[in-house]
Design a binder for this molecule. Structure first.
Ligand SMILES: C[S@@+](CC[C@H](N)C(=O)[O-])C[C@H]1O[C@@H](n2cnc3c(N)ncnc32)[C@H](O)[C@@H]1O
Length: 391
């Protein structure tokens, strides 16, 4: 890359410095994210569990790798400024002092998301209106909007948060939520988010060496997540990120990290994914077909209650179930019966298997499995839990 006064400024102010980052996590997933971050082979400092996620400090190129490798967070934010402001003219002065052009690509018109709590500048739309022209003036406008590359199409978002008149300005590095792994092009009803699927697999003690059964697979979120873990594929390998168009991003270093990771891929398996719905099996088969390392996942049409794992594989592993529940299975009595039947089936045919079973929290009593410990989470507007244990 040719060195210019601008690239020198980017190096001095952005790439050569430590910055603060924040991995936003859904409830229940913060501790897992912290563990993941500590286990990453990248120099990260000041890791801290905070409400809503995990804070850490590192260089930008290492935060890019955190986006590539972390399975738990929904997104990673880069903190770019922090200041006090209780008047609009102060806010404008502070915003004007930020070197926006060193962080975001020229010509970007980022979305601006504002949240304010107990602050004198409490009107979020009015705050956003003050931010927009300042950011746009710093970044300029481009006429090349029509021929944008797929990476340039990834949304850029500036997050403005005010609490007690203290403003935190952050950029969303991920762009598209991190739970989107770039594999599921076809989905079915009520897919689980991939970071929740990971948390449940992780809580059930799933390792790359374990066989996995996902017997109510839908579009196969558990099956694909488990297969990626078995195949050593980073969760962000098949997708793009907002930071890939930033001036401080090093495409060569990121490509090198991805090619190093790819050297360690090997075929996934054994993973058995099945569903009674032929449309779900078709969707999963199509999703897997694009990725040779995931091809060993066996997708089939089968009723869970007819499944005999001992006839499928000799080694015991992990079975994960995300049965239909809630609005899709009214009345309530049906959900109760389904969970009772699942408990009986697991007890009869899955002895020695570790289980992760998603259920609506209010049906805890119907599980009839005193050994299952759970953690709670929200999904699709429902209060859910995952029952984890060994049958
Ligand atoms: C909530 S969805 C699973 C969604 C899936 N985890 C995903 O992320 O796409 C429940 C699935 O269970 C399937 N199902 C319901 N009863 C079943 C049974 N007895 N055997 C196998 N699959 C069943 C449904 O067809 C549906 O696809």
């Amino acid at each position: 890359m040719t060195t210019t006064p601008f690239t020198k400024r980017v190096k001095r102010r952005i790439t050569a410095r430590m910055h603060d980052f924040f991995a936003v996590c859904p409830p229940g997933l913060r501790a897992g994210c912290l563990r993941e971050l500590k286990a990453l082979d990248i120099p990260v400092q000041d890791i801290q569990l905070l409400p809503g996620g995990v804070a850490f400090s590192c260089r930008l190129n290492h935060a890019c790798l955190a986006n590539l490798w972390l399975r738990s967070p929904a997104r990673i934010l880069m903190r770019i400024a922090r200041f006090q402001a209780d008047r609009f003219h102060i806010l404008e002065k502070k915003l004007t002092a930020i070197d926006w052009e060193l962080f975001l690509p020229a010509g970007t018109q980022p979305a601006i998301q504002v949240t304010t709590h107990t602050s004198r500048l409490y009107h979020s739309d009015a705050v956003a209106e003050r931010c927009r022209p300042i950011i746009q003036a710093a970044l300029g406008t481009t006429s090349a909007q029509n021929q944008r590359s797929p990476l340039q199409m990834i949304p850029q978002t500036v997050m403005v948060r005010a609490e007690n008149d203290r403003f935190d300005i952050s950029l969303d590095m991920s762009g598209i939520p991190l739970f989107k792994r770039g594999i599921k092009q076809q989905i079915t009803q009520a897919p689980l988010r991939e970071n929740l699927a990971f948390a449940i697999l992780d809580a059930a003690g799933f390792t790359p060496e374990d066989p996995l059964i996902d017997p109510m697979c839908g579009a196969g979120t558990f099956a694909i997540e488990g297969a990626m873990i078995q195949a050593h594929i980073p969760p962000g390998f098949f997708r793009g990120f907002a930071f890939e168009t930033w001036p401080g991003f090093s495409p060569a270093a990121f490509a090198h990290a991805k090619s190093l990771a790819a050297k360690h891929f090997f075929p996934a398996g054994p993973v058995f994914a099945s569903d009674t719905d032929p449309g779900a099996v078709e969707a999963l088969t199509a999703n897997l077909a694009r990725h040779p390392f995931l091809a060993p996942v066996q997708a089939s049409r089968q009723n869970f209650f007819d499944m005999l794992p001992d006839q499928m594989i000799h080694k015991k592993g992990v079975v994960v179930l995300n049965p239909p529940y809630g609005r899709r299975l009214e009345p309530d009595q049906n959900t109760k019966n389904l969970y009772r039947q699942i408990s009986r089936k697991l007890a009869a045919d899955f002895k020695g298997w570790r289980v992760g079973l998603v259920f609506p929290k209010k049906h805890m009593a119907d599980l009839n499995h005193p050994g299952l410990a759970g953690f709670g989470f929200f999904h699709g507007g429902l209060d859910l839990a995952a029952g984890i244990g060994t049958i």
